[in-house]
Design a protein around this ligand. Structure first.
Ligand SMILES: [Zn+2]
Length: 258
């Protein structure tokens, strides 16, 4: 063969590889994780253009509402198609990550329901919430439950973030306790890839959205593990009670209930 043919063959092979890679990546359900909960949508308007004043005035003399302890467990991507107009950008997330024949929302709904049953036994009011959080939602602890996905089945582990802007002053503590308890219960490794988007989670963003937590709600987002990891699925899908135990113990410790 002449050198020109080698070159043409090489160019053709590279082009074919790029084409296959592009199509595979575009069709992979696991790419939902890249857009986890539509955080990119929340970055379309520069935050600095939104005035803080109304919210700050509202919390100046804030008092916790009367009543029993309240916990919000949000099921990531549940009833995702029913979001209000302001959260329209979330629709592209559909059911979230997939793995083991299940959607993220199904796996998280199971975990949230089990955790809610246990917390209720301590006299705690628990709201199991869908994608859309009630406007200005107050709870003594808010935990958004999600699971990750990755093209590599050996990628595993959990991670947690609290809101970038936290007026409760307690979210970092809730995060630290959840790290300890969830790790102790599941034995999962800590995934250090906490993203800016997790800290800017839409349900934390009361500044931009009505359907978000109240500024004084201590909150975290917990990525419970990878649905694409057979190891993580052993707990998340096959033995969810283990993950539930970590979540329940963390919430009880944070609320100082025993
Ligand atoms: Zn999710």
């Amino acid at each position: 063969m002449k050198p020109a043919y080698y070159l043409l063959t090489a160019i053709f092979l590279v082009a074919a590889l790029v084409a296959v890679w592009t199509v595979t990546a575009a069709n992979s359900p696991y790419r939902f994780t890249e857009y986890e909960a539509g955080f990119d949508e929340a970055e379309s308007i520069p935050e600095t253009n939104i005035s803080l004043e109304p919210e700050l005035l509202a919390i100046q003399d804030w008092q916790r509402p009367e009543g029993p302890l309240r916990v919000g467990l949000q099921v990531g991507h549940w009833q995702n198609e029913e979001v209000p107009e302001e959260l329209e950008g979330l629709k592209k997330n559909a059911g979230g990550a997939q793995g083991g024949g299940k959607y993220e929302w199904e796996v998280m709904l199971n975990i949230a329901t089990l955790a809610a049953e246990q917390l209720a036994q301590y006299g705690i009011e628990v709201d199991v919430l869908p994608t859309t959080v009630p406007p200005n939602y107050y709870a003594d602890a808010f935990v958004a439950l999600h699971a990750d996905g990755n093209l590599d089945q050996y990628v595993s582990g959990f991670k947690i973030a609290h809101p970038r802007r936290d007026y409760s002053g307690l979210s970092a503590e809730l995060e630290a306790i959840m790290y300890e308890q969830y790790e102790a219960a599941t034995g999962f490794r800590r995934d250090s890839n906490v993203t800016r988007r997790m800290r800017g989670y839409y349900a934390f963003n009361w500044r931009r959205y009505d359907h978000a937590i109240h500024p004084m709600t201590p909150a975290i987002i917990l990525e419970t593990g990878f649905l694409t990891s057979p190891a993580d699925r052993k707990i998340l899908i096959n033995n969810p009670q283990v993950a539930v135990e970590g979540i329940v113990q963390a919430v009880l410790e944070f609320l100082k209930v025993d």
